[in-house]
Design a binder for this molecule. Structure first.
Ligand SMILES: [Zn+2]
Length: 370
């Protein structure tokens, strides 16, 4: 018996002792196994910024393409490393302090590697959500309907998850990556965030999305993606809510380090909003895990904008798991990890075992001491 199960039994006994059996039996959220997960990715956000905070040379030198370095230094530069990374992603670091495992900080002896040899987006999302690389078939960002079943597709067919897995993204390739046609998952990637708007709020968000500037051909701004995911969280309370943000990558390719930092910072505020909102909802409170990662790393110095097969350092990424499933220790923080462990970890935190469906997938991260 695991320690977790023991704790749960103790809780049950306490509940019975309090004479609250009727409440527990009628509250579906009390049912064992009704755990939730919120999965968030920040496309191409480097481990360098996550752990070290903003890079002074990129803010002040020509390689960063920053339009107002004084203002950017004021917002994101601090002399102390810990202060600096907290200036960039304050919520993430406070959540790690409370109950979280964060991997990929080389200064702390932690490395997370991409195992696909491509080091760009589709192969990265495929590895994250399938749990194994597929360099032979997934070799471009073409809208190829994914031949692999993702852990989200599989979860959507598990008992207790039907209609309770939702995906919101800012890139028009996501419906192919999650093979929306085969999986039946609601996957959003471009156009209005609610293709079948059913309420005034959803219609309003669709209008807002239409009125925002279209800066990139294949990706929309993250704001409508965030707003739609936040609305879905409250209205439908999915058990698996996945939000795939894209601006960090778009601004990096555009060599706009100031906008890249701002996109990461806004993502952090969004994650905080989702998390604090979830804690106000009985179905999520105390039973929700937050998983955060990225599809690929990037280069160093002037090449901070780049990634791909010819940028070897882009195989280094990061991963965070926050919430009640995690019991962090120093040695868990140094476990060697790969991008491919993400899929099984998603399943694990909601009580499922992805390797039963996909035996060649990597196993989940270790979240608590054995
Ligand atoms: Zn990219």
């Amino acid at each position: 018996m695991t320690a977790k199960r023991q704790t749960r039994n103790v809780r049950w006994i306490a509940t019975l002792a309090a004479g609250a059996l009727a409440t527990a039996a009628t509250d579906p959220a009390m049912a064992q196994g009704d755990r939730h997960v919120i999965v968030i990715t920040l496309d191409g956000l480097r481990w360098q910024e996550l752990f070290d905070g903003a890079d002074r040379d990129l803010i002040t030198g020509a390689d960063g393409g920053v339009s107002d370095s004084t203002a950017t230094l004021r917002r994101f530069w601090r002399t102390d490393r810990d202060d600096r990374r907290r200036a960039l992603m304050p919520f993430l670091w406070s959540a790690v302090d409370r109950q979280g495992l964060i991997l990929g900080d080389s200064a702390a002896g932690s490395v997370v590697r991409v195992t696909n040899g491509r080091r760009f987006s589709y192969p990265g999302y495929n590895e994250l959500f399938v749990g194994a690389p597929d360099d032979r078939r997934i070799d471009s960002n073409r809208k190829l309907p994914n031949p692999n079943v993702t852990v989200l597709e599989w979860l959507g067919r598990r008992p207790g998850f039907g209609g309770r897995v939702e995906v919101f993204g800012s890139w028009d390739v996501f419906p192919s990556i999650f093979n929306a046609e085969r999986s039946g998952l609601p996957v959003n990637g471009d156009g209005p965030p609610f293709p079948r708007a059913a309420s005034d709020t959803e219609r309003a968000l669709n209008r807002m999305s239409e009125w925002l500037p279209a800066l990139w051909a294949a990706a929309r701004l993250d704001a409508p993606t965030m707003a739609a995911a936040a609305e879905a969280l409250v209205q439908r309370q999915p058990r698996v809510l996945t939000v795939l943000l894209g601006e960090t990558d778009e601004w990096a390719h555009a060599r706009r380090y100031d906008q890249y930092l701002d996109a990461a910072h806004r993502a952090d505020r969004f994650i905080e909003y989702l998390w604090t909102t979830a804690q106000t909802l009985p179905s999520y409170r105390g039973r929700t895990t937050l998983l955060i990662s990225t599809d690929h790393g990037r280069g160093n110095g002037r090449a901070w904008t780049d990634h791909g097969e010819e940028v070897p350092s882009a195989d280094r990424i990061w991963m965070a798991v926050l919430g009640p499933e995690v019991s962090p220790t120093e040695s868990l923080g140094r476990q060697p990890a790969t991008q491919s462990q993400f899929a099984a970890t998603i399943a694990r935190v909601v009580g499922e075992d992805w390797q039963t469906a996909r035996p060649d997938a990597a196993g989940p991260l270790r979240l608590r001491p054995d």
